[in-house]
Write a protein that binds this ligand. Structure first.
Ligand SMILES: Nc1nc2c(ncn2[C@@H]2O[C@@H]3COP(=O)(O)O[C@H]4[C@@H](O)[C@H](n5cnc6c(=O)[nH]c(N)nc65)O[C@@H]4COP(=O)(O)O[C@H]3[C@H]2O)c(=O)[nH]1
Length: 728
């Protein structure tokens, strides 16, 4: 056999069938062999079936490996452990890294810059030593074109030709990693949105309505923890019905805004939210609720502010207008009447000035309470501004309106106690009736206001129903006001002077300046036609100021022309005394025209004095200090108390001409005139009688001890040029 084999016989392989039928692979060597002097024909048959099979399997395996190696899109490389030199790379490597096989083999992975972070290789080698392999590790690799991508590597050590190598398999997972990262980021975003949203978010089971999850805002809204909520259904928490109705409704649109719902809180109370339901899939939906409890309260508050007066809590003009329209519609339908009472607190401004705004406010609040108590529940009491109130009385005719007005007037006779002060306050009331005085609310209110204006003109503390003539008067008032404003600037005002004489000897010892309006169309207009209008606004102040200056100028002019001028008195209205700068103004006029203060006297009516505040008293004192005289006009018409008058720095008292007129015929007036004279003297005042027209009147007054007199008997008011006749 040795001989045969060493003889280098030609070999052949056969398939040999055994008797059993089994086919075996055999290797056959045959040929002539010489040995020991002999020549043989030698046959050596070796059964190589197992070897052949192993070889075939190896070949197949190699083929398979090669196929995988060649076709896998993954990177498969064999590199040396020690220096990372690439020994073999597959086409996958070429495709993924961009390096060709030629460029790669013989170069180290570090040299090629395949490791975007070389530390990753060190970690891989260390792991190989430690664990024997690396599985699915992520790392960044750099392609030939410089782009860095994410790879997932699995590495095993292998020995190749006695060298320590690694088999490195890698997949480019950049895309999947990125989408995973994006997914994670998106999940994170939604998680944050869920957790941090100011809106309450509930995840709800659509069938049962059970809460599956809830965020912090939902916990705050419901007053329950998320752990508690997941034990409950929507019906347990929400009091409003519509959301329950919609649960389980499969035909839901993408988002269903449900409007306001109320969440019952376990500790009591509830919160209101705006809820939307968003179906996610057949099983679950989101409930997104915005807590609007505070917004609702604020909205209600704003609404309240828009429709109610803050000070008194009464409805304001806007709400009154709305309700009035409604009440009028009802009245029209049922053929009923309706009354509008326009109320104004008399002399409220003075109370406010004298006591301060907080007391003024307290008074108004008290007035509101008193009014509310007087009327029926169906009636409406409103404050429409300042000291103006309106009563809206549905189903009320003239008689009823007057009764209510009388009740109001009577109620105001009770004094008010406001922050320690006892105040006697009265009101004036104007009445307008639907349908008689107007078909809509604006007309009714306007006409009630007109009636109110008339009440005030007639002395206040009363009520009047509107009648059509009043409107004409209102129009006239407006026209006068407009024209008068222009008249002052246009120099249409004139000062007339009426002498004041001493009763004992008829010597002129003074004059009263009286305003006249030289109207371009209407001629000389007497003050009675425009002073009351001017008194309702600051026009009276402008007018009085004009008179003051004109009189000062006139006195200076007379003096300059050598006349001996007596004291001239100027009428000033209540509003004038409220000006903080009145004293300063008078002082500077006297100085500007170089006049002695005793040449000027200011006349104020008794009703002006009744309106005075403590501030006015101070003004009067300052004027006295200045040396200017102060006469009390129309004495006897007001109700001023003696002690009160005594405290004021007056210099003269004028008996109102109404007492003088009937002096001869009426013994009461005689007594009154005598009393006023005594009173005036008791107060160290000069007493002047107004409107003396007859000799009888003069002699009675003289006998009664009256000091001075004024009247047609002695002289009518005349222009300055004519008054010279009275001067010496
Ligand atoms: N029947 C009659 N009347 C007489 C007689 N003697 C004088 N009079 C009138 O009586 C009024 C006296 O003025 P008064 O009481 O201050 O009453 C004044 C005064 O309250 C107001 N007034 C006049 N001028 C001014 C002014 O410059 N400023 C202010 N605030 N009011 C003025 O207008 C009122 C009316 O003024 P006048 O029409 O000028 O009317 C004047 C005068 O012309 C008489 O013997 N018989």
């Amino acid at each position: 056999m040795q001989l045969a084999l060493s003889a280098d016989l030609p070999e052949r392989e056969f398939k040999h069938r055994l008797a059993s039928g089994e086919v075996r692979n055999v290797q056959v060597y045959n040929g002539p062999v010489k040995g020991g002097g002999l020549s043989f024909l030698c046959w050596v048959v070796i059964d190589i079936t197992e070897r052949k099979q192993a070889e075939r399997q190896l070949r197949q395996s190699e083929e398979k490996f090669t196929k995988i190696f060649q076709t896998t899109p993954n990177v498969v490389v064999i590199s040396r452990m020690t220096d990372a030199v690439l020994l073999e790379v597959n086409p996958g490597f070429e495709a993924v890294t961009g390096y060709s096989r030629m460029e790669a083999i013989g170069h180290s992975t570090l040299e090629l810059g395949l490791w975007a972070e070389p530390a990753d290789r060190e970690r891989m080698v260390a792991d190989l030593h430690l664990y024997g392999q690396v599985l699915y590790q992520l790392f960044n690799f750099r392609r030939k074109d410089g782009t860095v991508r994410i790879g997932q590597m699995s590495v095993r050590p292998i020995t190749l030709n006695d060298e320590s190598c690694v088999l490195f398999v890698m997949q480019d997972v950049t895309e999947s990693q990125q989408s995973e990262r994006e997914l994670r980021a998106s999940e994170e975003r939604y998680r944050l949105l869920f957790e941090r949203s100011h809106d309450a978010i509930f995840v709800i089971d659509r069938q049962s309505g059970r809460y599956l999850a809830a965020n912090r805002a939902a916990e705050e809204l419901t007053g329950r923890t998320a752990a508690d909520l997941v034990q409950l259904t929507v019906a347990d928490v929400v009091t409003t019905e519509p959301s329950q109705r919609l649960l389980g409704n499969e035909e839901m649109p993408e988002r269903l805004p449900l409007g306001e719902v109320r969440y019952r809180r376990p500790a009591g109370g509830s919160r209101t939210a705006l809820l939307s339901l968003v179906p996610v899939n057949d099983a679950i939906m989101f409930g997104i609720a915005q807590d609007i409890t505070e917004i609702k309260v604020a909205r209600q508050r704003i609404e309240h502010l828009a429709y109610y007066d803050v000070l008194t809590g009464l409805p304001n003009r806007a709400l009154l207008a709305q309700r009035a329209e409604w009440a009028l519609a009802l009245a029209m339908r049922h053929g009923q009447e309706l009354a509008v009472l326009f109320l104004d607190v008399d002399h409220f401004k003075e109370v406010n000035d004298a006591l301060g705004h907080s007391e003024g406010d307290a008074l108004l609040a008290e007035v509101a309470v008193r009014l509310r108590a007087l009327v029926r529940a169906a009636d409406m009491v409103c404050r429409i501004g300042g000291d103006e109130f309106v009563l809206l009385l549905p189903d009320t005719a003239q008689q009823g309106a007057l009764q209510v007005a009388d009740k109001v007037l009577a109620a105001f006779r009770e004094p008010y106690k406001v922050t320690g002060h006892v105040l006697n306050v009265s009101v004036s009331i104007g009445i307008a009736l639907y349908p008689r005085d107007g078909a809509d609310f604006n007309d009714l209110l306007k006409n009630a206001d007109t009636a109110l204006y008339r009440v005030k003109q007639q002395g206040r503390n009363a009520c009047l129903s509107y009648d059509r003539e009043m409107n004409a008067a209102t129009l006239e008032r407006l026209m006068v006001e407009r024209d008068l404003r222009q008249a002052i600037g246009a120099g249409q005002l004139r000062a007339y002077y009426q002498p004041k004489v001493r009763l004992s000897d008829r010597t002129v010892i003074g004059a009263e300046a009286l305003v006249r309006w030289q109207h371009p169309e209407r001629g000389l207009v007497p003050p009675g036609q425009f002073i009351p209008v001017a008194e309702t606004s600051d026009l009276i102040v402008e007018l009085g100021d004009w008179m003051l200056e004109e009189v000062c100028r006139q006195i200076a002019d007379w003096q300059a022309r050598g006349w001996v001028v007596p004291t001239v008195s100027v009428n000033l209205a209540a509003r004038h005394f409220r000006l903080p700068k009145l004293v300063e103004r008078v002082g500077s006029l006297l100085q500007a025209y170089g006049l002695a203060p005793r040449l000027l006297e200011l006349e104020i009516t008794e009703s002006t004095l009744l309106e005075v505040s403590s501030q006015t008293t101070e003004t009067l004192r300052a004027l006295e200090q200045l040396g200017v005289g102060l006469a009390l006009d129309d004495f006897g018409t007001g109700y001023s108390s003696l002690s009160y008058l005594k405290r004021l720095p007056l210099t003269a008292l004028k008996i109102d001409q109404s007492f003088v007129r009937d002096l001869v015929a009426d013994s009461d007036d005689r007594t009154l005139a005598a009393t006023i004279v005594t009173l005036g003297h008791y107060m160290d005042l000069v007493v002047v009688a107004e409107g003396v027209e007859t000799e009888e009147q003069r002699s009675i007054l003289f006998e009664q001890g009256c000091d001075l007199a004024q009247g047609y008997l002695f002289g009518r008011p005349v222009p300055a040029s004519e008054f010279i006749g009275w001067l010496t």
